[in-house]
Design a protein around this ligand. Sequence first.
Ligand code: NAP
Length: 431
Amino acid sequence: MVRRGCLTMASGAALFAAGQVSRTFAIPRAETTAAQAVDVRGGGHTAVVGAATGNALPSLGLSSMAGVALAAGMSAKRCGAKRSSRVVCAAGSEGKKRCLVMGGTRFIGCYLVAKLREQGHDVVVCNRGKTNGGQPDRLPGVTDTDYEKMLEGVSVLVADRKDPQQLKAAVASAGKFDLVFDNNVRKLAEVQPLVEGIQASGGCEQFFLMSSAGVYGPTDVLPLSEENPGDPNSRHKEKLQCEQFLESQGLSWTSIRPVYIYGPLNYNPVERYFFDRVTRNRPVCIPYDGKYITQLGHCEDLANFMVKCIGNPAVKGQVYNISSEEYVTFDGMAKLCAQAAGGPEPKIVHYDPKLVEVPEGFPKAFPFRGMHFFASIEKAKRDVPDWTPKFSMLDGLRSSFQQDYLARGFDKQQPDFRTDELILSKAMSAA
Ligand SMILES: NC(=O)c1ccc[n+]([C@@H]2O[C@H](COP(=O)([O-])OP(=O)(O)OC[C@H]3O[C@@H](n4cnc5c(N)ncnc54)[C@H](OP(=O)(O)O)[C@@H]3O)[C@@H](O)[C@H]2O)c1
């Protein structure tokens, strides 16, 4: 077995369990710098735990699974127990890849990690260990046993990507990765040290960049196609620069441009915005005349697309819009959400957003941008022929309502409707 040197930049009480890490040692924070390290040996790997900004690590006897458990604040005993599982490992040992997923602890990252594990790949998630204790969240409907089985192939690499040196050092020392999924990139300065770290450890077969359909400039011809130019003034303009950078580095890269993403575990109140109102028989306040057309793609369809790109030469150096097959108006979204929640047609109140100034601290007035915003997914279907979105909007919204909205008790909470009240009072006085 090849002995690999692995470095964890520990910014909390967390560690990187690369391969079979069997022991860790406590490092009192005051005695540790980024350059200092403590050996963690086992299973042929040497993991080096460096505390750049962190706390002391507890001294524990750990398997790699328990390492993840530590990062996640879970009980090592609970995770160490032997269990049978229904998690399917499709890839034989030859097809098995070592994958780096940036982020990986919430929403889309969790679906991606679960799909990679279903296919038998090993996954290292790289994050600060702040969200969900550093480990991927459990997908809805997954049993304890299957969740734990899934986590057995997941290790946590702790690094803050706002600190370029820390990120580069952590990735460079973590051993070679076959696949890199940069899910949470926003800035060019965040992707550069990641690429340097990957190149220092021997390069990778494929590099996936999570971009956004928000990169496109204004257009009169819809749906948006990958041939539309990027907007140099867009909020996401640096994602375009990241694509150029990956090309300049000679990497086999693929960029993914989702429109809005929805589905269970969505932390953005997109579908929840509508469920909060239709389940309480409140009017749904919708800007303009409700006729703007938008598009939402299900998180599971997105993750499916990403794993189906693995080993596909057609996706090299390409960008893909990913979303659902359907387009929906703002009003249509309110109606579909009401239907998904099993309620009657919602009462919709249209308003002119220019007349409403939302005070600081109030919730956002509406989850979508006030413009037509939808994209063609034909290129993705052509180049990855065994992929097509499996969720219709209504089915996807039903899954969000049942498996997330009700399951997580959002129906029992008291949403903040102050912005609605403001809009409704303006709409009344304008009428
Ligand atoms: N949601 C949409 O509708 C939509 C649409 C189009 C495109 N996108 C794109 O999809 C991506 C969103 O993905 P996401 O929800 O997984 O990512 P995210 O919300 O951007 O990031 C969450 C993950 O990144 C980690 N993280 C955050 N800051 C970090 C830092 N400084 N250093 C290291 N790790 C850090 C978090 O863990 P810790 O907190 O533990 O570090 C967590 O695992 C973005 O690139 C977005 O542009 C989203």
